[in-house]
Design a protein around this ligand. Structure first.
Ligand SMILES: [Zn+2]
Length: 270
């Protein structure tokens, strides 16, 4: 049974007439949305109003064929232009890390190279080496985990760039630190499938703006989030692949140093 809206219109008319905004709501009526009380304004259709599409060039590492020229993200308009630039830099940096690995592994066509990312991860990552969708030959070390993860990034990039995945959203949140404790930087759910996975991430605008958050930290945080989208699981602590791999990137693939203990890095993971 259809809902009878006439009583609602009558109430609206009396309210709006009392503030002198409108003379007659009864049919036929055309009511500018600016005159409607907020609860009567339909939420805007999401794309193009709440979000603006950002396109980011995809590096073209040797040995990887069929890549799209761009990946695409619907970025919340709640971010400032400066914040959007930092988000762009963090995604570009993640793409660069992937591309560097793929090129080094390609090794001029032999496809047997040990990339810096794989070598570093092999040294430090010993746990949760398997993405949750993976049931192939057991992954026994950090090098193999890196190769599986970066091949899955290739899949994520292709599905995004050829628009096979649902649109990837960069959503806004704003959560200040509690003291020196960082609540969140970038956050993504762990994906359970391999194809058509959107590269959707929530980004903390507070942390992006924080003067102690350099772009290298944002890249590591974004890469951690993408590893979730590639099926890898937390905890985000020492020896776990989802932590050690982005920490390797944040250290420029160098060794761990006593002056910079792991929590200084993985506090930016979520
Ligand atoms: Zn995580």
């Amino acid at each position: 049974m259809p809902i009878n809206i006439q009583p609602i219109l009558n109430v609206m008319q009396s309210i709006l007439q009392s503030v002198g905004q409108v003379n007659n709501l009864l049919p036929p009526f055309i009511l500018p949305s600016s005159l409607l009380p907020p609860s009567f304004i339909a939420p805007p259709i999401a794309e193009g109003i709440l979000y603006t599409e950002m396109e980011i060039p995809v590096p073209q590492p040797p040995g990887v064929t069929g890549l799209p020229p761009f990946v695409y993200f619907d970025v919340s308009n709640l971010f400032t232009a400066v914040q959007k630039q930092k988000i762009r830099d963090s995604i570009s940096g993640t793409l660069f890390s992937w591309s560097l690995h793929m090129g080094q592994k390609w090794n001029g066509g032999l496809n047997n190279g040990l990339s810096q990312m794989a070598a570093c991860s092999n040294t430090y990552a010993t746990r949760n080496l398997r993405p949750i969708w993976y049931f192939g030959t057991p992954i026994i070390n950090g090098r193999q985990a890196t190769e599986v993860a970066m091949d899955q990034f290739t899949q994520l990039i292709k599905d995004n760039g050829f628009r096979r995945s649902p649109r990837a959203r960069i959503d806004w949140t704003y959560i200040p630190n509690i003291g020196s404790f960082i609540i969140t930087t970038t956050r993504a759910n762990t994906a359970i499938t391999t194809t058509r996975v959107p590269l959707s991430v929530t980004v903390n605008a507070y942390q992006v703006d924080h003067p102690n958050t350099p772009v290298g930290v944002l890249i590591g945080s974004m890469l951690h989030s993408w590893l979730h989208r590639a099926g890898f699981l937390d905890p985000k602590t020492t020896s776990y692949f989802i932590s050690e791999c982005p920490m390797c990137v944040m250290r420029g693939y160098g060794p761990k140093l006593p002056a910079t203990p792991d929590p200084l890095f993985y506090q930016y993971f979520d």
